[in-house]
Design a protein around this ligand. Structure first.
Ligand SMILES: [Fe+2]
Ligand SMILES: [Fe+2]
Length: 178
């Protein structure tokens, strides 16, 4: 992987926008998969629909940044489309707690990822850093809401959580480059 150097602002901001657009898009697909299985009548489904709306806002911001900054979008979008939806549908099929466990796992990795980006950006790109800081706060709200909704009561929680976190880290690493 190419080493990031201080002063390498354009290159590093572009890679960040690429991976963040991919991730926020993936998040919308996960929630779409969950809602397709859960419908819209339960309390869990309403909570998820609220989170999904925030993810759409995050995604629209990065879509606009891709255009504005001339960033090459990830080539893996068709894959995140299918993988995200499948992950959402599969976790929701296990049950509402597993759907919430999915959110906890994803948001835990996204929080680490956004924290890392904020450190790298420092004061070099206030427009991007400002949005990331705001979105990160909302991802943490999603994580906390999912924990409060019983995520840890999901069957095989540690295994489920570990697998999803591993998948997120792989997706992040791939979308930085491709
Ligand atoms: Fe998001
Ligand atoms: Fe989120």
């Amino acid at each position: 992987m190419k080493r990031w150097r201080p002063g390498d602002r354009r290159e590093s901001s572009s890679a960040m926008i690429r991976v963040d657009q991919a991730g926020e898009y993936g998040a919308t697909r996960i929630y779409a998969g969950q809602l397709a299985v859960m419908g819209d009548r339960t309390e869990a489904a309403r909570a998820i629909a609220g989170m999904a709306n925030q993810e759409k806002r995050h995604q629209r911001f990065f879509d606009a940044m891709v255009v504005k900054r001339g960033v090459r979008p990830t080539a893996l979008q068709p894959f995140w489309d299918v993988a995200g939806f499948a992950l959402g549908a599969a976790t929701a099929a296990i049950g509402p707690e597993a759907a919430m466990a999915c959110t906890v796992a994803v948001e835990t990795e996204i929080d680490l990822h956004y924290q890392d980006q904020l450190v790298r950006l420092g004061k070099s790109d206030p427009e991007l850093a400002g949005a990331i800081a705001e979105f990160r706060a909302e991802e943490l709200e999603h994580r906390d809401a999912a924990l409060a909704a019983g995520a840890e009561q999901a069957p095989a929680y540690p295994v489920l959580s570990g697998l999803i976190r591993f998948g997120c880290r792989a997706a992040i690493a791939l979308s930085k480059r491709f």
